[in-house]
Design a protein. Structure first.
Length: 262
């Protein structure tokens, strides 16, 4: 019976995971004329693509760290509120809105005549071009990923046995010691899950780099888009995709969660 129930799952894996990755690997060994070659991999290991890869990791790291620094205290506060489900819903609701709409909303907020610069002008400050910068790219990305970081952290914190926290206070620990030595270690699995959900997609962001960074931020996702849609070089685009998958697997292994045996 279990084998029969597994058939739809196996079909899904074959059609939507194994076959696409297999095609990507195959095309990565082809040039624009369809001939087998290793030139795509040699080009990826050149200085230009290595620099792009480092940039992608750097921006993904910044986005993840800033998102974590905002999301952990937020999840901690929500877990202590009376109507925690309601406040958690408020955080999650923005994920229901299309990412493109949220990006255009930030264009209106950060634009030279946007809300932020209007406030600056009102209080006597000079207008600043906030769009088409690293600041805009990181700000919008952090806003988009906050709900995805908050949810697993909240679930971990909310699942901690309250008796352990009470015992910590009874033994003389301060609030800071309880947070760093009891709550944070016990919620570490949620933190790892949040890092995975944030860091991995942040490696391949390309729409934000187009709309709010003005192509000043170049990531691996930008390279894939350019190779497939502009250069029509499926081989090179597939090669970048293969390496991106390898990087994602590495991140997942580095931040994998551990199941405790009962």
């Amino acid at each position: 019976m279990k084998r029969v129930l597994a058939i739809p799952y196996l079909l899904w894996m074959v059609v939507f995971v194994i076959l696409p990755i297999s095609f990507m690997i195959y095309y990565s060994f082809n040039d624009m004329s369809g001939n087998l070659t290793l030139q795509n991999y040699a080009e990826f290991l050149s200085s230009n693509y290595l620099k792009m890869t480092l940039n992608s990791f750097w921006y993904a790291f910044l986005i993840t760290v800033i998102t974590l620094l905002i999301s952990y205290p937020l999840a901690l506060v929500i877990s202590r509120l009376k109507h925690k489900t309601f406040w958690l819903l408020i955080i999650i609701i923005p994920t229901w809105i299309n990412i493109l709409l949220k990006t255009y909303a930030f264009i209106g907020i950060l634009g030279i005549n946007g809300v932020v610069n209007t406030i600056f002008e009102t209080i006597g400050l000079t207008k600043i071009q906030l769009l088409f910068s690293d600041f805009a790219f990181i700000t919008v990305a952090v806003y988009i990923f906050i709900p995805f970081m908050v949810l697993p952290i909240f679930n971990s914190i909310n699942g901690i046995n309250k008796n352990l926290i009470s015992a910590s206070y009874d033994l003389g620990a301060s609030k800071w010691e309880t947070l760093t030595r009891v709550i944070f270690p016990l919620s570490l699995e949620g933190v790892k899950s949040g890092i995975q959900i944030t860091f991995i997609p942040a490696l391949s962001l390309f729409m934000l780099s187009r709309l709010v960074a003005g192509n000043k931020v170049v990531t691996l996702g930008t390279a894939i888009e350019q190779q497939f849609l502009i250069n029509e070089n499926w081989g090179m685009g597939s090669t970048v995709g293969v390496f991106l998958i390898l990087f994602m697997v590495f991140v997942m292994l580095a931040t994998r969660t551990k199941k405790e045996s009962v």
